[in-house]
Design a protein around this ligand. Structure first.
Ligand code: ATP
Length: 371
């Protein structure tokens, strides 16, 4: 069993770097709830990294207190702090002369684990982040893609099973598609591990996707708003936050809702072996043809249906379907590909319903009305 997250509390924390007039972090107070992902977003230089690094004492606060699981961070001995707080950074920060296995084993090694325990743990972590140990354990960073390096960085941060994970733009240096995959994987890991995660990013979309809560920070790490993504999207605290949310707030809100949360529509359906002349479209323009296991295969227009002698090959293929776990944004994407409705399938790929544009529009309007 992995060790689950513990609460982090920052109380009136200030950091003043020597020789600087203004503090980099000015009187920062926040509770990061146990087992949640809190994302810091804000402009470059606003103090996100400094705030985060005070939690694991890579930077010492000038004043104020930080507690981790109720214990004063300044009193936790450095080895124990290293075990309790994992740290992952942009471009993974891997040592060029360490193999993947050596990198992941660093913190367990520092903590004095025996060789066998470290080796077992390294293998377990590689599996966890989707890197085959047989293939990757002996590789050096330069023999890895950017995405693979980031996976190693996350595995290394998790190796000593810390209840707290600090992640400073960990996916900042990879292409958007890899970034999306790494985000999905982090969410999957988190649904198993329930760590307390503080995550720093410039990217508001990333914050919306990952955060249970988002802290929008301004100069000197001032908290402009600290709330759930949907509260911030629908009700930004001020113009600065609104600027950060940016255009397309409604579109972003679509990533917050799953297909299973909206009412599904129903298409007229028929099995591929049915006789076309018996199909009643009940005023609809399209028929959805299902295979023997009820999986959606093709859309057939009423004109095609009229001329068809069999449903086995007529119509155009269903190209993109979504699952009940997909977001409304995925559904919108599928609608744009399919032209019209997105087909929703269950866990065995079977047809369960459809989502159409009206449902999405209605959802956005409701969200605005309740905000
Ligand atoms: N070691 C240091 N000595 C002096 N000033 C520093 C030091 N580290 C950071 N600062 C200053 O503190 C402020 C906050 O920096 P910080 O790195 O925390 O910002 P950030 O929000 O993480 O920025 P970015 O998003 O660009 O990484 C900046 O003005 C920076 O120049």
């Amino acid at each position: 069993m992995a060790e689950e997250g513990i609460e982090i509390r920052l109380d009136h924390v200030t950091k003043r770097f020597p020789g600087q007039k203004a503090p980099a972090v000015d009187d920062f107070s926040m509770v990061v709830p146990a087992g949640e992902i809190v994302v810091f977003v804000g402009p470059s230089g606003c103090g996100k990294t400094t705030t985060m690094r005070m939690i694991n004492r890579l930077i010492e606060p000038t004043s104020g207190t930080i507690t981790i699981g109720g214990e004063d961070a300044l009193r936790i001995d450095p080895d124990e702090l290293r075990r309790r707080v994992g740290y992952a950074i942009q471009q993974a920060g891997l040592f060029p002369h360490f193999t993947v296995a050596q990198s992941i084993g660093i913190v367990p090694g520092l903590l004095g684990w025996d060789k066998k325990r470290i080796a077992d743990r390294v293998e377990e972590m590689m599996d966890l982040v989707g890197l085959d140990p047989a293939e990757f354990a002996g590789r050096y960073p330069r023999q890895l893609s950017g995405g693979q390096q980031q996976r190693v960085g996350v595995a290394r941060a998790l190796a000593a099973d810390p209840p707290v994970l600090l992640m400073d733009e960990p996916f900042g240096a990879v292409d958007p598609i890899t970034r999306g995959h790494l985000q999905d994987e982090l969410l999957r890991l988190q649904s198993e591990l329930h760590k307390t995660i503080v995550f720093v990013t410039h990217d508001f979309d990333e914050a919306v996707k990952l955060g249970d809560k988002i802290a929008v920070l301004g100069d000197r790490s001032t908290i402009l708003q600290y709330d759930t993504p949907d509260a911030i999207l629908t009700n930004p605290a001020d113009d600065t936050v609104a600027g950060f949310v940016g255009a397309g707030a409604s579109l972003k809100a679509l990533t917050l809702t799953r297909v299973r949360d909206v009412e599904l529509g129903q298409a007229v359906t028929a099995r591929a072996d049915a006789d076309p002349s018996t199909v009643d479209l009940r005023g609809e323009k399209f028929l959805l043809v299902l295979d023997r296991r009820d999986r959606p295969v093709r859309w057939v227009h009423q004109n095609e249906l009229r001329r068809a002698s069999s449903l086995a090959s007529v119509g155009s293929p269903v190209q993109d379907s979504v699952s009940l776990q997909s977001t409304l944004r995925d559904a919108l994407e599928a609608m744009l590909t399919e032209g019209g409705r997105a087909v929703v399938t269950g866990s065995r790929g079977e047809y369960v319903g459809t989502v159409d544009l009206a449902t999405v529009t209605e959802f956005v309007q409701q969200l605005r009305a309740t905000a």
